[in-house]
Design a binder for this molecule. Structure first.
Ligand code: ADE
Length: 253
């Protein structure tokens, strides 16, 4: 059976996965901790990406080079910037853009020189399985996330996510980021700090990559309050349920 890497950005997001890991085996490498074991019957490696694009690229490279993983799945949180992308919703990435990459006028803005186009695609098959897992979780979301009668159910969005080395924390900067990309035809749903780097490394190695992000904040003036609150309360519950469904669907593939 091939090994799936499950990447999280922060310990709070990983804690539930670690607690459920069977036959855990800890390896320290490149200043990081990697946990090998079995999760819901599947061989996995759990790792923290670290914060920001370089840290995430190092972790992804180690997962591929040292642990020989067959696929990488990122579960984490993001700031919602797309219309109607609310706190508690879930975004599955179809592709990524690095919103802080700008080698213009030598190259098209946002394009990583040497790669075709602005967008770094995720793997279509793995992404379809991940979307199926999220969909299944959201249909039983009332029980999983204690959603009260009358409260809106979380929604699933699929599309473009932007990554950059910046915690976006004002409505003005979120709006500027979204509008500038939108004017060039790139409709960004959410913003975070690692996914595009992992997508790039996975493209380099030909390793399938998929990513899911629960929306912790709206990347606005309240983001610095909403983000830690979401992390402390529900972030790991999203990861636990989605990863369980995904690994179950991988086992029947
Ligand atoms: N991850 C979660 N919220 C974020 C934000 N507002 N900016 C960047 N990364 C995030």
């Amino acid at each position: 059976m091939t090994t799936t890497a499950i990447l999280s950005a922060l310990l709070q997001e990983q804690s539930g996965l670690l607690a459920a890991l069977q036959q855990p085996q800890r390896t320290a490498h490149a200043g990081r901790t990697f946990w090998q074991g079995t999760l819901h019957g599947q061989p996995v490696v759990l790792a923290l990406s670290g914060i920001g694009k370089v840290a995430a690229a190092t972790t992804a490279t180690a997962l591929i080079e040292r642990f020989g993983v067959a696929r990488i799945v990122f579960t984490g949180v993001a700031g919602g910037v797309g219309e109607g992308v609310q706190v508690g919703d879930v975004v599955v990435a179809h592709d990524y853009v690095q919103h802080d990459m700008d080698a213009s006028p030598l190259f098209e803005r946002w394009c990583v020189p040497g790669y075709a186009g602005v967008r770094l695609p995720c793997d279509a098959n793995l992404t379809a399985l991940l979307s199926g897992a999220v969909h299944a979780c959201l249909t039983s979301a009332r029980d999983i996330f204690d959603i009260k009668e009358g409260q809106n159910l979380p929604r699933l969005h699929a599309g473009l996510i932007a990554s950059g080395d910046q915690f976006v924390s004002s409505a003005a900067s979120a709006q500027a980021l979204r509008q500038t990309l939108l004017a060039a035809g790139h409709d960004v749903l959410a913003v975070e700090m690692e996914g595009a780097a992992v997508a790039q490394v996975c493209m380099d190695y030909g390793v399938p990559f998929a990513a899911v992000r629960a929306i912790s904040d709206r990347a606005d003036d309240a983001a610095h309050v909403d983000f830690p609150q979401f992390m402390a309360t529900v972030a790991s519950r999203y990861a636990d349920h989605i990863v369980r469904r995904l690994l179950q669907s991988l086992s029947i593939k």
